[in-house]
Design a binder for this molecule. Structure first.
Ligand SMILES: [Fe+2]
Ligand SMILES: [Fe+2]
Length: 277
């Protein structure tokens, strides 16, 4: 039988990292490869506003939760996402300093979020978070499980993404568990995922396009083809996630059906000194 609940006793605690990233950031910090670098950079651009939205959407329902363990996990979730935002704001500032127009990328995302927060029901707002958290969870699992995706990146950037991936894994079911307690409509969840998928791919592609163009690399056919294969080829980063992505649409899906507790144990030691409480 499938696991359908979050492991009991799972501790979700924020860690204070303060990366103080290299200044300037190496322009192509991932293997000297513009494609790989800007793939991660364009996700970073989405985090500060996205994570604030995740926090807001969970807060909308916090009053309705009585389970003390879930309340504690919500606290941890909010703390972790808050710290991610902080570090990614600094990361994105380094990208601005390198000449990329981060405001141009952030503004439409911010406008869309404002629209959703005004026009959508609280349940649909939370469903959007549940969907995006599945994305971050499966990406995080891949980064922790298969360090080769980060091989060749600078050690500080490997560490930043490893820390973020660890915490995304820890709190991957918080928004889902809140949603199931306060609403539970699977159809809304699935619709939110279709929308989230469209916008996630669109935003990441636009971010990469902008940064690659600024670097004058769009015409580098060899590099572009190699990058597309790395992402979408037979054993590509995204290609290998299609199966776990689709699990979300199952009628009995729960994030902890992908049991990666062992990965948490392997990776949490590295960051234990940074735990806040
Ligand atoms: Fe995060
Ligand atoms: Fe998250």
């Amino acid at each position: 039988m499938m696991t359908t609940v979050t492991p009991s006793g799972l501790k979700i605690r924020p860690r204070r990292m303060d990366f103080s990233l290299s200044d300037p950031l190496p322009r192509h910090w991932h293997s000297g490869d513009p494609f790989k670098t800007h793939f991660f950079n364009s996700m970073s651009v989405l985090f500060p506003d996205g994570e604030r939205y995740f926090i807001d959407s969970v807060r909308l329902f916090r009053d309705q939760i009585t389970d003390p363990e879930l309340l504690e996990q919500i606290r941890g979730f909010i703390g972790q996402e808050g710290h991610h935002s902080r570090e990614h704001i600094e990361y994105n500032q380094r990208l601005r300093d390198l000449g990329y127009d981060i405001d141009k990328l952030e503004i439409p995302v911010r406008k869309r979020i404002r629209f959703v927060q005004k026009q959508f029901s609280a349940e649909r707002q939370l469903a959007g978070t549940v969907a995006m958290e599945h994305f971050t969870a499966i990406l995080a699992d891949a980064l922790l499980r298969e360090p080769e995706w980060m091989a060749g990146a600078t050690p500080e950037m490997q560490k930043l993404w490893r820390w973020h991936a660890l915490e995304e894994t820890e709190h991957k079911a918080v928004a889902f568990d809140v949603y199931m307690k306060v609403c539970g409509d699977r159809q809304i969840l699935r619709r939110a995922m279709r929308q989230a998928t469209f916008f996630f791919l669109k935003d990441v592609t636009q971010g990469m396009w902008h940064m690659l163009r600024r670097d004058g690399k769009l015409g580098d056919v060899k590099m572009m083809v190699r990058g597309m294969r790395w992402l979408w080829g037979r054993n590509g980063f995204f290609t290998r996630l299609v199966g776990v992505y689709r699990d979300y649409y199952r009628t009995d899906f729960h994030p902890w059906q992908h049991d990666n507790m062992a990965l948490l144990e392997t990776h949490s030691e590295e960051f234990s000194a940074a735990l806040i409480r």
